[in-house]
Design a protein around this ligand. Structure first.
Ligand code: FA5
Length: 348
């Protein structure tokens, strides 16, 4: 700290020049902050000058003190304007970098679409609801009783081998068909009634082009007076014609299910684009076995019924021309997006 008045004033002049050239040289906010700390900080040059004023004579002190304070204020306001200038140029640069190209086309907002199997279940439900059917749903984790026994599959009967089952312990299994819902429904409803029950089924089947371990069925059940195979055939024909068009032909072949007697497999005639046609198996059906009615406290002397179970993915394959059933669950959006808008245009 210089002692004499004149040398201190000279020092102040040098310091002023030094500070202002440092301010000019500060190219960004960080450099500016360094300048502030160096000259105005607690241990900065101007602050030390202010602290040193005490060693001056009482005559010198007010004059020199006023000059030091003036320098302090000048530097402070110069720092502030420099900070403003640097901040606005930094902002400008950022805006330039982040500029939005408003001529680019916007990103398309694509909210997903229903899965084709859901679309089909919806359509099937609509068709049957129009015919006065109740739409019913029941559980997928089931007891042996509802999946087999009440449906007239006695324990150890070879008919159980027709459905490779996932057992999940404690007498429970994943239902292998939607027929379990027939029993639940009949335990609570008095005939006459008509119902369908769509839902997931599980079988320990090896996956291939027509089989999945998880698939969907729609089960139908009608119990009333004097129900015959003619009612069943008319119902299935009406349903399949609604779904595939009015010229659709079906045929029934004798088959076997423990819970229907007689039983039938139902095929649909499909003509390919090349004009060649073939029968495709779509579902199982038959007249409800009297033992099933008895298991649900319904008198088979008074009531009779028909039932059917159709595979939804198999219907969807034909409907959408998909050759491999696994494509429905690979979740390739290029496949699934083809069904956008199908809900509105499904009827031929
Ligand atoms: C049954 O499941 C019987 N419960 C159907 C039934 C109901 C008959 C009421 C009589 C009265 P089936 O095992 O054939 O039958 O299966 C019926 C349909 O489910 C088949 O025609 C097929 O379309 C579909 N399906 C069966 N297994 C699979 C599988 N692993 N993957 C995809 N679809 C399948």
């Amino acid at each position: 700290m210089p002692t004499g008045n004149s040398s201190l004033i000279e020092n102040l002049e040098d310091l002023r020049k030094e500070v202002f050239s440092a301010l000019q040289g500060a190219g960004d906010l960080r450099a500016l902050e360094e300048v502030r700390v160096r000259y105005l900080g607690k241990k900065g040059a101007i602050k030390s000058l202010q602290k040193g004023l005490g060693s001056l004579t009482p005559e010198e002190r007010p004059k020199v003190g006023a000059q030091v304070n003036q320098l302090h204020d000048e530097v402070e306001s110069a720092l502030e304007s420099k900070r403003d200038a640097l901040e606005s140029s930094a902002l400008e640069e950022r805006l330039k970098k982040e500029q939005i190209d408003i001529s680019l086309p916007g990103r398309e907002d694509r909210p997903g679409t229903p899965h084709p199997v859901s679309i089909l279940i919806d359509e099937i439900s609509t068709i049957f609801a129009r015919m006065g059917y109740d739409i019913y749903a029941h559980r997928e984790i089931e007891t042996d009783y509802y999946n087999f026994e009440a449906l007239n599959f006695p324990a150890d009967h070879p008919a159980r081998d027709m459905q490779d089952t996932f057992f999940v312990g404690e007498g429970l299994l994943l239902r292998s068909h939607t027929s379990n819902a027939q029993i639940h429904y009949m335990e609570h409803q008095k005939p006459p009634f008509k119902m369908i029950t769509p839902g997931r089924c599980y079988r320990c089947d090896t996956q291939d082009a027509t089989h999945l371990p998880l698939f969907h069925q729609v089960e139908g059940l009608v119990v009333a007076k004097d129900i015959s195979m003619a009612h069943l055939k008319w119902t299935l024909e009406t349903f399949l014609r609604e779904l595939f068009g009015p010229k659709t032909e079906i045929r029934m072949r004798p088959s076997f299910f423990p819970f229907t007697e007689p039983s039938a497999e139902v095929d649909v005639w499909f003509e390919g684009k090349d004009g060649e046609g073939k029968w495709l198996e779509m579902l199982g059906a038959g007249l409800v076995d009297p033992n099933v009615l008895l298991a649900c406290q319904i008198d088979p002397e008074e009531w009779s019924g028909f039932a059917f179970g159709v595979g939804v993915e198999r219907l969807a394959m034909v409907r959408y021309g998909i050759k491999d059933i696994r494509m429905f669950y690979e979740n390739d959006v290029r496949v699934l997006r083809q069904f956008e808008g199908q809900r509105q245009s499904w009827r031929r």
